[in-house]
Design a binder for this molecule. Structure first.
Ligand code: 1CP
Length: 359
């Protein structure tokens, strides 16, 4: 397992890791949720010849797709090309993508929960760890690899619903009809995720992100009863991993008081909540990641620059901001706008946090 970075005392950390540690960085680091994907012509070209599952399961292809955006843009981090459902491939529920996750045999009863057995990542998804090892060898030192997993509640949504949904009403109904079996399933998903995340760090991931895309479907009481304990257990278990932990409770503005109590370095904020307000709730010990509305990338250049400046202004001049979109990039986005975004953030924030140069 990786030790904490020996350069942390010298200010020589890559900007992404420095920001995650709330240390001054040479510039505000940028990466983009879903940065490897269909808005890139080189992704679409590969995707014409291979299914999404095939791309994820083949280390050469998954490595290539992870590197595509990093070659094209001066991004400050890479994110493993996989899906939140990938580690659940080993549960034998008949996982496919069309294009979102679809399960042949969703979990619909207490008996279904009790029948579930998970295997360690090294056995169930060795190809993912092989991809992480390949990437750790190929990526430049200044471009750390982010490993990731789905948070238990978000995985629960797909496992019980069996596919994507706006309301995930089957999954939410199961929480209320079978609270004990639900808790048991969330616990199992936490155990599996701890193993999967540790394995990614062991293979060379230098940060870990937990995607709780459907956190905002729960009111604060249900979030506290069901989703939060499983997230807390994962984050606590990963405290010894030596890498920064990022938690993204999507549409979680009303949950942030609870999130503020988690053992986490950075919280991802969706585009609905200004970063200054998130910072006030989270306090000075937690960094923020986000949160440009992905729709801003469709604005004319001048308006896009203004929207970026607005996010930087909201983030404030202190350390602990990782620039990102407030959710995944849209497929119709022009890659030239992504280049503009990254250059603009880098130019506007260059050394500002180190020497307080006036803008
Ligand atoms: O057909 C294709 O080309 C596949 C489309 C696709 C891609 C490119 C899917 C199916 N997943 C991915 C990759 C992916 N998914 C990454 C790779 C790294 C990156 O570049 O960011 C990551 C981190 C994810 C995470 C993911 N998958 C989340 C959490 C983030 C979020 O957007 O909230 C969720 C909810 C999923 C489920 C999923 N997988 C794929 C789709 C289209 C979806 C969403 C389905 C739905 O809306 O319910």
């Amino acid at each position: 397992m990786k030790q904490p970075d020996p350069h942390s005392a010298t200010g020589d950390l890559p900007p992404f890791l420095a920001a995650c540690r709330l240390q001054p960085a040479a510039h505000t680091p940028v990466w983009i949720m879903r940065q490897a994907g269909r808005y890139l012509p080189e992704y679409r070209a590969l995707r014409e010849r291979h299914s999404f599952l095939e791309m994820m399961r083949t280390p050469e292809l998954a490595t290539e797709v992870t590197l595509q955006p990093v070659r094209r843009f001066p991004l400050d981090a890479a994110i493993l090309f996989a899906d939140i459902m990938t580690p659940l491939d080993g549960l034998g529920l008949g996982l496919d993508f069309a294009p979102g996750p679809v399960l042949e045999r969703p979990v619909r009863s207490r008996a279904d929960v009790e029948a579930l057995r998970w295997r360690p990542a090294e056995e169930a998804v060795p190809h993912v760890l092989e991809t992480v090892r390949a990437l750790a060898g190929e990526l430049p030192e200044r471009t750390p690899l982010i490993g990731f997993a789905g948070a238990p509640w978000t995985l629960f949504c797909y496992l019980v619903e069996g596919r994507g949904s706006k309301s995930f009403i089957t999954a939410k109904a199961f929480l209320h009809a079978e609270p004990e079996a639900s808790r048991q399933l969330l616990e199992l998903l936490a155990d599996l995720t701890i193993d999967y995340a540790r394995a990614q760090v062991g293979a060379g991931a230098r940060a870990l992100m937990l995607f709780d895309s459907w956190a905002g479907l729960l009111g604060p009481d249900d979030y506290r009863r069901f989703a939060l304990p499983a997230v807390r257990r994962i984050l606590e278990a990963l405290s010894s991993s030596g890498v920064p932990r990022i938690y993204f409770p999507n549409q979680g503005a009303t949950l942030l008081e609870d999130v503020a109590g988690l053992p986490v370095e950075v919280v991802g904020i969706d585009w609905r909540l200004p970063l200054s307000r998130a910072r006030r709730v989270l306090g000075p010990q937690i960094g923020v990641q986000g949160n440009l509305d992905p729709a801003a990338l469709f604005a004319p250049e001048a308006a896009l620059r203004e929207a970026i400046d607005q996010v930087l202004e909201e983030a404030g001049s202190g350390p602990g901001h990782v620039f990102n979109l407030g959710h995944g990039i849209e497929r119709e986005t022009d890659p030239a706008k992504v280049a503009l975004l990254i250059d603009h953030v880098h130019a506007r924030t260059a050394r500002r946090t180190l020497r307080e140069v006036p803008a």
